[in-house]
Design a protein around this ligand. Structure first.
Ligand code: NAD
Length: 427
């Protein structure tokens, strides 16, 4: 393919934004693998970005308008797939970055989807349940032409859950006049959700940590783990790793964290969180801040909250031997360089947290077939995909002297580029 445009402006790798990080990672992979310039240019820009205003009625009768987005980064390998985030900091650049990472993630896991992401700039905690439902249904209506089982399949991400997926599925189905379960994943099992989806991302993180420890010759028992973010991904991961015999020494959420050298009990933390809404203040543990948690002396650090938490500002203070990115983009491009120079083994997001999209793919397949699998089947198929993806990335990193992130991008970008070159450039 020949070059299509003016040469692009290089990404600013020192920028801490998710979009700068995503572009810098792609540019680095393109250079390492000698990617054709035309394909590189195509992959730098999302295929389509939709920005919508979302008006909805508040309980007091007044109207509020929020900004929403849905981005399809690439659909060359299949329908677009990616989560939906509700957070006051959501903007188009963040959604573009998250959509790009979804493209590589699906390719690394060899799942026949492209990459998408959506978001609404809103603090959902400030809304009542009925306000949240009205906002979600209006957002779903606004992005209706973008989504569908063959087009784009949203799923939960930060601050979105299976109720929100149910409302989107219902809104889409009502507009079509029949039930369309395959339009979203992460739904309740009662309307076509998959067994095992709720904990899938965390289970995938656990399998990836086990593969990492095996490759590094470290035993699972007594490995100490610190987890930032105690939501759907971090909370489940804490429980699974604890049950598997690891020592979960620290956890946190947006309000603060907990530390206990002998190990925390996730069940006690869950009970405490149910009462007050936060892990913070759980008895029997010392308080830690989110910044301190990242610098704790432990074997495995699992950032499972937001982007950019490890950067040039603190990467030299990270003491963990392994960082497993359960969150998307928790390490900036320059922060990553520092960790790599210091010999920290970083398992990149596009590999480590691909368990979620993998079981979302299983859910979509089950919805289309209208034939549902047992949880054991789901977990076993997930394990096989996660282990195969890890081995492929690890082998590539060893063979070519790359970091795990460079190898994962080489594989992911390479598969998407191959699909582009095979299909050719329309028209
Ligand atoms: P969630 O909303 O269920 O949980 C987020 C957690 O992070 C909460 O405990 C919250 O208090 C905490 N948090 C928020 N801001 C924080 C901050 N500034 N510092 C520390 N903690 C903070 O979200 P989730 O679905 O668990 O997603 C977490 C991360 O995992 C996101 O990066 C998301 O994109 C990624 N991810 C999620 C899935 C999934 O299936 N849900 C799949 C792949 C990747």
């Amino acid at each position: 393919m020949t070059q299509l445009n003016e040469p692009h402006l290089p990404a600013d790798p020192s920028g801490d934004s998710a979009w700068e990080t995503a572009l810098a990672q792609l540019d680095e992979a393109a250079e390492l693998m000698g990617l054709a310039p035309g394909v590189h240019e195509i992959l730098r820009a999302p295929k389509r970005s939709l920005s919508v205003s979302v008006p909805f009625r508040l309980d007091d009768g007044s109207t509020r308008v929020c900004q929403g987005y849905r981005v399809h980064h690439n659909v060359t390998r299949g329908p677009a797939k990616g989560g939906l985030r509700y957070h006051s900091s959501v903007d188009l650049d963040e959604v573009k970055a998250l959509a790009m990472w979804m493209t590589w993630k699906c390719a690394v896991a060899q799942i026949p989807f492209g990459g998408a992401k959506g978001g609404v700039a809103v603090d959902p905690k400030a809304l009542s349940r009925s306000e949240l439902e009205r906002m979600t249904r209006r957002y779903a209506s606004e992005i209706l032409p973008f989504i569908g089982p063959e087009r784009d399949i949203p799923a939960p991400d930060m601050n979105t859950d299976e109720d929100i997926m149910s409302w989107i599925m219902d809104t889409y189905s009502m507009n079509h006049g029949y039930s369309v379960p395959g339009v979203v994943t992460g739904k309740p099992v009662s309307i076509g959700g998959s067994r095992g989806r709720a904990g899938a991302t965390s289970r995938g993180v656990m399998y990836t940590i086990f593969s990492t420890l095996k490759s590094l010759g470290i035993g699972i028992e007594e490995v100490s783990v610190a987890i930032q973010g105690y939501g759907k991904v971090g909370g489940h991961a804490a429980q699974l790793l604890h049950d598997a015999g690891c020592r979960v020494v620290a956890v946190s959420d947006v309000d603060g964290g907990l530390y206990r050298d002998r190990g925390l009990d996730p069940e006690a933390i869950n009970r405490h969180k149910k009462l007050g809404g936060s892990v913070s203040g759980c008895p029997g543990a010392e308080p830690v801040t989110n910044a301190e948690l990242l610098e704790i002396d432990c074997d495995v650090l699992v950032p499972a909250a937001v982007e950019g938490v490890i950067s040039v500002k603190n990467a030299d203070k990270v003491k963990a031997r392994v960082v497993c990115e359960a969150a998307n983009g928790p390490i900036t491009f320059e922060g990553d360089k520092i960790l790599s120079e210091r010999g920290v083994f970083v398992v990149p997001d596009i590999l480590a947290n691909s368990g979620g999209v993998t079981v979302s793919y299983f859910e979509w397949v089950q919805d289309i077939q209208a034939y549902f699998w047992s949880e054991e089947d789901v977990n076993e198929r997930l394990r096989q995909i996660m282990e195969r993806a890890f081995v492929e990335v690890y082998q590539m990193a060893e063979d070519k002297g790359l970091t795990m992130r460079q190898a994962a991008h080489w594989i992911g970008v390479g598969r998407v580029a191959e699909a582009h070159l095979t299909r050719g450039l329309f028209p």
